[in-house]
Design a binder for this molecule. Structure first.
Ligand SMILES: [Zn+2]
Length: 235
């Protein structure tokens, strides 16, 4: 009898699995019980920067003389035609928002082990313009921020910032691929969310740094005590 129930239970689970398969966002393999969104093999195979092991790094250098950032770090090298590109593409454009949450968590665990960002008070993701967020259905950076916030046990303020001007999609600007749109304007909906606080600003990929520079300056001008920056990848 017990054997029959066990068998029945396993069949029911398999049927549920047919309708709600738990697969890796990176490689489509079935996830093991303890895995979520991205499998361990994908996570372990990512090209990490190891910037956290050095006194300064290429992300911080992008802001020298432009933005008074206390420290900045990226988790992965963005390599074309690689697992990173595949993961980030699915994360940004294919609705696989859980990938961002998982990468945010993995990055935060690494940083925590190395005593980075120990005095962060609030985490703010770089916002999309509201029209773009409506089209996509979500702000990808908010999922990274949520993953990091869970590990650091720090509040994430998704609506603390707004992007006032819509910037043209980066993907459509192939001729100017290296020039991020500098016309974007960021504004804070509530200055108290950053005033006197140590703020961690989060984005998915950093290239020239101009987006983070614009948003970071708004946060510092509003009276933030310290500014930190974290991105999942550096291109
Ligand atoms: Zn995988």
């Amino acid at each position: 009898m017990q054997h029959l129930f066990a068998r029945l239970f396993s069949i029911v689970n398999d049927v549920i699995g047919l309708f709600y398969p738990r697969t890796c966002g990176g490689c489509d393999a079935h996830l093991l019980k303890h895995e979520q969104n991205v499998c361990l093999s994908c996570l372990n195979g990512l090209p990490k920067t190891y910037f956290w092991d050095y006194p300064t790094n290429p992300v911080e250098k992008l802001f020298w003389g432009k933005l008074n950032v206390s420290s900045a770090c990226a988790f992965l090298h963005f390599v074309r035609e690689s697992k990173v590109q595949n993961l980030l593409h699915r994360f940004k454009y294919k609705g696989k928002s859980g990938i961002g949450f998982e990468l945010g968590k993995a990055f935060a665990h690494t940083l925590q082990d190395k005593n980075w960002f120990t005095d962060v008070d609030v985490i703010i993701p770089i916002p999309l313009h509201v029209s773009k967020e409506m089209r996509r259905g979500y702000n990808q950076s908010a999922y990274i921020a949520d993953g990091m916030g869970e590990v650091f046990d720090v509040k994430v303020r998704n609506n603390a910032m707004q992007r006032i001007l819509a910037s043209e999609s980066q993907t459509r600007k192939s001729r100017f691929a290296r020039t991020e749109n500098v016309n974007q304007v960021f504004g804070l909906t509530n200055i108290d969310s950053v005033k006197g606080k140590n703020v961690l600003l989060v984005d998915d990929v950093v290239t020239t740094g101009s987006t983070l520079e614009a948003a970071g300056n708004v946060i510092l001008n509003a009276g933030a005590r310290k500014l930190y920056i974290a991105t999942i990848a550096i291109a």
